[in-house]
Design a protein around this ligand. Structure first.
Ligand SMILES: C[S@@+](CC[C@H](N)C(=O)[O-])C[C@H]1O[C@@H](n2cnc3c(N)ncnc32)[C@H](O)[C@@H]1O
Length: 226
């Protein structure tokens, strides 16, 4: 997939997207194999785009993250990106609701030689997150699961990040729906409403200093200040 494709670079310019792809080369053969194997296993191609993956790696590195949490594993594409940014000392707890999906991710982490740095939790993250409360505080939380859960996941991140820790959330634009009073697109409206609440809380809740990285999907980012 190129930056010019779906989940592209975001500036709306095909020429710029091709250029940035050529210069920054966000997807290497390992990531391409994960994406292709995920689809071959019958999962939906809803992993982060190649540039979002690169953003995750670089942001994890910039944050100096060593202990991170990912909510929404799918085939392990973004998990590998985060682990690349965390380096050899990094540990990622990642949460996946569907057992068959988690098997694809486990295979990904094995093939990437990262299995010792991953704790793959299978089950509903709204419940399963509680299993790791005592292992925090964490340096980074990446939210990319069911959209209705975003406000709850953000509340968990507020409690379980260290001060100075980073929260990231994909799809924060809600496919444009967050800017509409009444969303009538193809995604579930309750998900879009939850994303509105999530963004309001992230921006104004007082526990995080936050911004929106204007990727095609909207990559929300906050740093815990208290
Ligand atoms: C958008 S995909 C994640 C993509 C992945 N972060 C990546 O970029 O490679 C969302 C995943 O979250 C999982 N999921 C949805 N609701 C969940 C929940 N309540 N708890 C745990 N996982 C959930 C889905 O089964 C799906 O695999």
């Amino acid at each position: 997939m190129s930056a010019a494709g779906e989940k592209g670079f975001g500036q709306g310019s095909e020429e710029l997207a091709r250029w940035v792809d050529r210069v920054f080369q966000p997807e290497d053969p390992l990531l391409r194999e994960i994406r292709e194997r995920t689809v071959a296993a019958g999962l939906r191609p809803i992993q982060v785009g190649p540039f979002d993956g690169l953003h995750l790696e670089v942001l994890a590195r910039a944050a100096g993250a060593r202990r991170a949490v990912e909510i929404g594993t799918l085939g392990g594409y973004s998990g590998v990106c985060l682990l690349r940014g965390m380096g050899e000392g990094g540990l990622l707890h990642t949460f996946e609701r569907e057992p068959a999906t988690a098997e694809v991710a486990a295979e990904t982490f094995r093939r990437a030689g990262l299995e010792r740095q991953v704790r793959l939790h299978v089950g509903d993250a709204r419940v399963a997150l509680r299993e790791i409360d005592r292992e925090g505080p964490f340096d980074l939380v990446f939210i990319d699961a069911d959209k209705t859960g975003y406000p709850e996941y953000l509340a968990w991140a507020e409690e379980n990040l260290r001060v100075g820790g980073t929260v990231l959330a994909d799809n924060a634009f809600g496919w444009g729906g967050v800017a509409q009073e009444r969303y009538e697109g193809r995604h579930a409206p309750e998900g879009v409403e939850a994303l509105k609440r999530f963004n309001e809380r992230l921006a104004k809740g007082g526990r995080l200093r936050a911004t929106m990285l204007p990727t095609e999907e909207g990559l929300a980012m906050g740093v815990k200040v208290r």
